[in-house]
Design a protein around this ligand. Sequence first.
Ligand code: ARG
Length: 465
Amino acid sequence: MSNKMWGGRFSERPDEIMEEINVSIDVDRHLFAQDIAASKAHAAMLASQGIITASDAKNIGKGLDTILSEIGKGDFTFKRALEDIHMNVESRLSELIGPAAGRLHTARSRNDQVATDFRLYVRDVLDETDAALATFQAALVNRALEHAATVMPGFTHLQTAQPVTFGHHLLAYVEMAARDRGRFQDARKRLNESPLGAAALAGTSFPIDRHATAKALGFDRPMANSLDAVSDRDFVLETLSAASICAVHMSRFAEEIVIWTSPLVGLIRLSDKFTTGSSIMPQKRNPDAAELVRAKTGRVIGALNGLLIVMKGLPLAYQKDMQEDKQGAMEGFAALSLAIRAMTGMVRDLVPDEAKMKAAAGEGYATATDLADWLVRTLKMPFREAHHVTGRIVAKAAEGGVALHELPLEDMQAVEPKITKDVLGVLSVESSVKSRTSFGGTAPKNVAAQAKAWAKRLEKERKSG
Ligand code: ARG
């Protein structure tokens, strides 16, 4: 028998391989809730426009509700022979309510159906990702408040550069997450238009009301061009782009956790909850969660690349290639969601070794810039010259194997006679961070104020959310 949904002009069954390559139910079954919501909106609109009867619409609506609960309960048999979620739902509907089910597909096509379903799905992903990032930010802000004055080494080139505070470091990720959320929110605005009613590609001769279905599904408006409506997947690409950038942020943070927990570095410790052991080396505590967050980035970027390549040569309008838009995207979104939740867990879990952080912050002459700044401020030296003088003093300290604040004043004066004992006040790591009061700087006072402002902002958002 040929396919009962489209087999009118076919007399032979499809080849097994044809079925195998054509079927998408294993992936698009995840769109069942969106598919049913869109069908309910469509049926109600068809009735209020007088295209189908009110009683047919009522039966269709009831039947769809039954299917929704069947799928929810796991009582639904998805059939591969029915290809995709749209035909599985419609076929079950006709079992439940008879021929009226066949009226549901009036004035629509699977092309606008799938575009609508996937937009609704991605919109949910965007909302869930935004909420997960808000939770991640709140966790960071809490730890930043706690560690506003905890001194740690700041790095450039992964070399000790200048002392910073741990709270400041954590707040950097709060800012990144805020921009990520902004990108997701932007994507949502552009995504939120309804393709439903574009039909196969050209629109329809039935007097449908696309504004009504758009409104019923929470879209801002119907998409203005039917060809565009069924054939673009830029809303997925844009979401995956934002997701890729976000995943890269998660990955950089994860990499820092891997570095910080290495016994060679030892700046933080993760509890047993976020570490694993080795099956052969009993002493090991591996930061597997952080490593996997780092690796999940590949799935997200891979999904973006994959879909860009699927789309790049497609003429208008719908092409079957586009059926390949969902699997990678869904996997990518799931990977990002897990990465964000794992990072949130590690942020809550991690314990900095404050003594080690402080000692490491002073290593490698990290307060050399403070000495140069002192020369500029107190002796009115041009910065370039101060840089040079400081370099010579650092060389002397290195020769003697001592830290800057341990170098005898006479040794500094041998390089620059105008240096006084006041200089000793700027050479400790605490005074260094305390002095960084410029806007956005690492001073504990700044960090505490920023963390408090963020806590307030997130709390307000949560209440209004
Ligand atoms: N399963 C298809 C997809 O995901 C639905 C649209 C199919 N449309 C068609 N005319 N064959 O893209």
